[in-house]
Each structure stands twice: as structure tokens, then as C-alpha cells.
Design a protein around this ligand. Sequence first.
Ligand code: BG6
Length: 509
Amino acid sequence: MNKTENQMLIIFGASGDLTARKLVPGLFNLFLGNYLPKNFVVLGVSRSFMTDEDFRKKVVLESSFIKRADAHIDEKVLKDFASKFYYEDVGSDYDTDYRHLEERITTLNEKLGTDDNYLFYLSTPPLLYEAIAKNLYAQYLNKEREGFKRLIVEKPFGYDLESGKALNKGLQKYFKESQIYRIDHYLGKETVQNLLVTRFANSIFEPLWNRNYIDHVEITNAESDGVGLRGGYYDGSGALRDMFQNHLLQIVSLIVMEPPIDANAEEIRNEKVKALRSLRVMNDYETLHSHTIRAQYVSSQIDGDVIKGYREEEGVHPESTTETYAAIKFFVDNWRWKDVPFYVRTAKRMPTKVTEVVIHFKTPHHQIFQDASMFDKDNKLIIRIQPDEGILVKFGVKVPGQGFKVERANLDFYYSSLTETHVMEAYERLLLDAMQGDATLYARADEVEAAWTFVNPILEYWKKSDEKVYGYSAGVWGPENADDLIEGFGMWRNPGPNLADDQGFCVIC
Ligand code: BG6
């Protein structure tokens, strides 16, 4: 286990949803697993007035998120954990003088021995990031003369290329790039990291990982939920900004990248940036029109319940054209991937919640078994990111009996079979990495900008052109023309909740 130094985690936006729902339960698991250092303090910071005791109650002692995570928690353990939490309010505005905050941090640091190591977590609206960084800087809370000072920021990292660059610049005025940790919770998922291991720790896949053997690559990210209570935020964002620009392009970069020299954070991130830069940016009307589909869910009945359409959701403009479904086809301009189409889609209100990568291999160049009906029997490697996490290879086997009839069989591995191993939640893993100064699973400024460079023309095109926004009934696999994107006779693999579900199977109610 790597060493985690004594430190203080200072969470801005501490009274918000993310702190209670993800950060504190993640920390609790680290506490239970003995990953936290001997001296560890969480200082919650926000605009609401609360005492330390109120804060402890809110996010630990009376939190349904912790109780739900583990039904049999010993009260003493919970109290021990809660005793690490403190709270400080900054008044009515985050953009203020942090002198009091600095004094509180220094007092806690001296009293509780956190060795001047501070990790600032900004769980506030992104508009406040630069102001918070500036005010920390004004109190020398960025200086690493004694102890480390790190800054974690949550997505969205900008709204488009220009604002993404401005945000990077704004943060880099006050903190060095090496101190900035941009969190993308998909990188914290075990199965996303396993993409690297599948590729680079096995000699059976990498020789085939190129245009000579791969026909196309498909990535599906589907959620069965709608926008829920986040309509206000989502309506100004849409599926492309909310999921594609960050989580899905991160997955793409891990599939596309060349082998890094070693597993060092900078080497891996250098290759990821190169991969993102090699995505062919779509600039002309024809390509943008034929390679992108956007759509929005409309009301339907599922299981006897009426499901609201997107435009009826709270916080959403009744004539909104924001997409809740985005499907993009693109190419990668390098030797490895020349002419291999990538199809990536993300959507809300799909039949089920699933994220997976499918590598479709080419049909054997010479077919010996003419009767084998090889159509749709090509090899596929399915990497299931969630749920039912695992890997599955589809390959042809002979059907017993006369002749050579070929059927598809599954060779699979499930993470759930590793019963002995505790698979860390994304936030748990990422928090621990930041505490230890490992930035491998955090996005670097140039990575974020490369992703925006690819996404920007699509956003512009959707904004300015009269490209249609299709409707799809809540609970189906997107608009009727969703398959039109796929070359030839192909169609999307519409997976079920289980890894081994075959094409076409899905749970609608
Ligand atoms: C977030 C998006 O980043 O990821 C949400 O803002 C989305 O809209 C969520 O629901 C999905 O995360 P997960 O881990 O549940 O797939």
C-alpha cells in the first residue's frame, strides 16, 4: 500500500449534495479499510451557518448515504469517523477574504498534526473555482514550502473550448498544473482502468488492436433515469457536454492510445492527449450532418406509470432543444485506426442503465465454412463498465453434428467472481489517489482542451444549424433512425443489464 501522509481535506461546497452522497461515503470506506493516515481532518467549508457538531450529524451521523452503504455499522466506529470532521463558514460569498479560514486551518493543523498538507476539494459551481483559487492564493495556501497543497476540481471544466481554456488559465494563475487534480469519476471505475490492463498486460489483444483486425468500435452509455431534479443544470448542458466531452472521451482515449513507456502518470496522460488530438475534428456541414444524431425523450408509459417527457421536467424550458441523446460517429487519424469507425452514444431514459465498449473484429478474410452463416457471428470483445462488470469474448464454435454449422459462444470473466476483493467505488479510489499525489486518473489541462477541440464544432453545428432534434419515447433505445449512423447493415448492440445478454434483449418494464 502506498503511504498516505497526514493531511487535511478542505471541502468547499460542504453542505451540498455531492459531499453527502459521494465524498463522505467514499472517505468512510477508506476509513474502514484503514487507508486514512493517522492524523486526518476534514474541514467542511460553505456559506451556510453550521457548528462542527451540526456538520458531523448532517454528513456522517445522520446521513442516509452512509447508513445505506452499510447496514451494520458499529456506532463507535461511526463516532470515531465523525470526530475527524470540522466546519467553517465563509459568510454569504465564496469570493471573500479567507483570513478567518486560514486561521482555522492553521489552528486545526497545529492541534491535530496534519503536517501542513492540504487538499482543497472544490465541490461548488464551476463559476466559483477561480475566485476560490485566488482567495486561497492570497492567504499563501497554495505555497508548498511546507507540506503539499493540492486542488481538486469537479466537472464541468468549461462550457466549450473557449471557456475550458479560460478556466485552465484562471486556475493556473494561482496553482501550478501539477497541483491541480481534475476529477472525472469514470476514471475511478475499476473497469475503466481495466481497459489499460486488458490492452497492455496481455499479449493476445494488443497485436489485434488495430485497423487490420478491428472493424469498428462501439461505446454505449445508457441511463434509465431522466434528468430528475437536475433539469435546471442539464438544460444548459445536454448529453454531449454532460457525458460525452468528459467521461466518454476519456474511455475513447484509453481505447485509442498507444502503449505508454510505463505506468507513470505523465506517460499515460501524454499518450491520452495524443490519442485525443488524433480524433478527426468534424468541420464541414456534410460530415456533421451525417455523423451526429441528437434526440430528446418524450413522455411514455412504463410499467403502467406515466413518465414525463424531458420538456415537462422541472427546470427545463418547455421548448428546449437540449439533447438527452447524442450519438456520434468519428474516425481517428493515425496509423493504428485509419478508416475504423467509432460509434459512441450516450442517453437518458433508455431501457436500462449500462455502459460498455464493444470491439467488433473483422470477419475472417477467407471463409472456409460456407454454410456457417457467419453474418453477425464475428468476434466481439465486450468490456462491461457497469453494471455486471466484466469482460466477454464472443467467438464461433461448431454446433455438434454433421457439417460445420457455427454458433456464437461466450468466454467471460465477471468482477463479482472476485469475492475476496473489495472493489473500490470511484470516489473512494480517486480521493485516495489525490491524497497520495497520484494524478494518473485525473485529467490534465491539455487533455480537457483536446476533448473540447473535438466537441466544439459539433456543439456549434447543433446550435446554429437546423439539424433535427428527434424524439424518442422514454424507455426505448433512442430515436427510430439511431441505427442510420452505423455503416452497412450494422446496428447498435442494445445490451441488457447482464453482460451475457444477447443483442435485442432489453428490459423495458
Ligand atoms: C455525471 C453526469 O457526470 O455522470 C450525470 O453529470 C450522469 O448526468 C452521471 O447521470 C452518470 O454516472 P454513473 O457513474 O452513474 O454512470
